[in-house]
Design a binder for this molecule. Sequence first.
Ligand code: GLA
Length: 383
Amino acid sequence: MQSSADLRSLHVARFGAAPEIFAAPGRVNIIGEHTDYAEGFVMPAAIDFATLAGISPRSDGKIVIYSENFKEERSFDAAALPAAANHYWSDYPLGVLAILAGEGYTIPAFSLSIWSDVPLGSGLSSSAAIEVATALAVLSLIGAEIPGPKLARLCQRAENEFVGSACGIMDQFISANGKKDHALLLDCRDLSYKLAPIPPDVALVIANTMVKHAVTGGEYTSRRAQVEEAAAVIGRHRPEVKFLRDATLEDLEKWGSEMSPEAVKRARHVISENERTVEAADALIQNERKKLGRLMAEAHWSYSRDFEASCVEADAMVELAQDLPGLIGARLTGGGFGGCTVNLVEADHAKEFAAELAMRYVTRTGIQPQIHICHASDGARKV
Ligand code: GLA
């Protein structure tokens, strides 16, 4: 399977009806990690890996979902959809249906075929891509339209309330609203954003450590709880602070002793990361590459040392890239604990950069990485 034409043939062969097809991309976050649920700033770009969802109506009252990745079909009664997740790939599309139903939409019977080339569990937002692609497909069948930012919120709720993972808004937002050749500086408080063009001579090189990560896992949730603990302590002294977005490093110095040592470190990361992210967007817009690279390096080590969300392999992938020709900046991207690093690389050097980084990584860790040269792409759309 490689294209929407393949998905169309598969859907027709399996369901005997021509589908409408929708695509929703994965993403890479250039900077701004674990800041989204603290109402802070992030700077992701949608990438040219996507989930495709093909949909056609049915007349037997059923919702049948086929995943080409899992080579598996699941069938449900449209009038009695599951009310809870069962830790299966189908939780993501079902979560979207549950949220749409809760918003008052009547969910009709349909066949849905899904295929994704976003590497699963690699910190490139494969789950957001499935949610957003499903939402677009189902809404089109219903004949409804929801603007991108609101669509992102509904998909985030599918993940928070149905799948049971405490993620923020970043992944769903960029999957729904990405812009070709741009990163977005997103203010996660009001969902306003500024476009930051990625110059044509800069490549996004995504290096997969092959160490699996899971946002549903306990580490993500415990980090979020520590971030919220820090905000609550500062809020006792400055009631206007409900989220770390509004806190400063001085607040942390004054009241850090009232928090757990972990909360102090997590907060130091989040507060400084917010500043770095805004500065990095400015550096990207001004094409100040040295500054951007420095901020990415600071972000990585803050994520690794203060947030303790990196791993030996991701630290190695970042270190090994440092003296390679063409590197502008490198850091671990996404929820943490494995997954991918994002490397901004001068496009002329990208191929050799990828080959050399792979060689160094396999020598250091014994793991064969997957390295992709990606481009910033548009958000979700009809194909
Ligand atoms: C995951 C979550 C996002 C965000 C990142 C960390 O990708 O889904 O909401 O919190 O981790 O920046």
